[in-house]
Write a protein that binds this ligand. Structure first.
Ligand SMILES: Nc1ncnc2c1ncn2[C@@H]1O[C@H](COP(=O)(O)OP(=O)(O)O)[C@@H](O)[C@H]1O
Ligand SMILES: [Mg+2]
Length: 299
């Protein structure tokens, strides 16, 4: 096959899809962690989170099976894959929200900066301050804009009014909302637009100065314009925060991620198929299934 430069490209020859039963197609290649030799990395990659053989069950049913992955500090890692493959479950293990799901059982090891997350003595409040989360639907508290940001600070022991005002302003500036709301801090957060509400929720997560920000499809409930604003915001967080983002929007993953993890359901359990640099996953996926998914042939 000739590419635009007139050179032979190295497109992989694949048998027609409809001749390969899925089970066979995935069974002939082991699930691998691919080499990290391609694409743009972070400025100073440093392994911040280590996940080893993470398995999650709900009421005895395996939801996520033996996922091992390293997360690099200051980078954006996108989690992609079809609905039901355990992406939300994976995120919820990283701040132990999974513990709140009745019937959940977690095996494997997760460490953040050497701290064993499943240590029974761990301070969950401190953990959730270090690992913030933003959900699919903006979920501001039905309170004023100011109170939405003041509340988490007070819960975590910040009492000084000047300090609170300074950090509220800083968090709103960080998400580009300050100029839009500075004259209406007493206004109900519920009166903001969807995109503004989501940026407020991101500010609420950032105000506690977490090391890690988990984002579960943060743009999927937003209109395209708001989505673009939130996407720019996420990119601006790179290097200051370690971001894990679930997105169904592959073009978005491609635009913003340093690393991509592709999940798939195999024998009814979510599995990590491939992990690597963004450019490598999109341009030279190791696993055939990854290639099929990112080209829209499966999933
Ligand atoms: N609270 C729960 N109790 C039982 N099963 C659940 C619960 N939440 C999710 N599941 C199941 O776990 C699987 C993975 O779900 P989820 O992590 O939400 O996947 P994703 O985010 O990739 O769509 C799905 O089959 C889902 O039905
Ligand atoms: Mg989900």
């Amino acid at each position: 096959m000739m590419n635009r430069l007139g050179k032979h490209s190295e497109a992989r020859v694949q048998p027609p899809l409809n001749t390969i039963p899925l089970a066979e197609a995935v069974a002939d290649q082991p699930y691998t962690v691919s080499p990290m030799g391609y694409g743009l990395g972070c400025d100073n990659p440093k392994n911040l989170v280590q996940i080893q053989n993470l398995t999650v069950q709900y009421h005895g049913r395996i939801i996520l099976k033996e996922v091992s992955i390293d997360i690099q500090e200051g980078c954006i890692t996108a989690l992609i894959g079809p609905s039901g493959c355990g992406k939300t479950t994976f995120l919820s293990c990283l701040n132990r929200l999974v513990d709140l799901i009745p019937g959940s059982a977690v095996r494997g090891k997760i460490t953040i900066d050497g701290l064993d997350l499943r240590d029974p003595k761990i301070d969950l409040m401190a953990l959730r301050r270090r690992v913030g989360m933003v959900f699919q639907r903006p979920n501001p508290f039905p309170l004023s804009v100011f109170r939405n940001l003041e509340m988490p600070l007070r819960e975590h022991g910040v009492k000084d009014k000047k300090e609170i005002a300074r950090r509220v302003e800083q968090a709103l500036r960080d998400v580009g909302l300050w100029d839009e709301v500075k004259d209406q801090l007493g206004k109900s957060a519920m009166a903001l637009s969807g995109g503004q509400q989501q940026r407020l929720c991101i500010a609420r997560a950032l105000i506690l100065e977490p090391a890690i920000l988990l984002m579960d499809e943060p743009c999927s409930a937003l209109d395209p314009l708001s989505s673009a604003i939130v996407e720019d915001l996420i990119m601006s967080l790179r290097s200051r925060y370690t971001v894990l983002i679930v997105t169904h929007n592959l073009a978005q993953a491609r635009r913003i991620a340093n690393y991509v993890a592709f999940f798939w359901v195999r024998e009814s359990a979510g599995t990590l198929v491939e992990f690597g640099h963004c450019q490598q996953i999109f341009e030279q996926p190791v696993h055939m299934l990854t290639g099929d998914y990112i080209r829209g042939r499966r999933g």
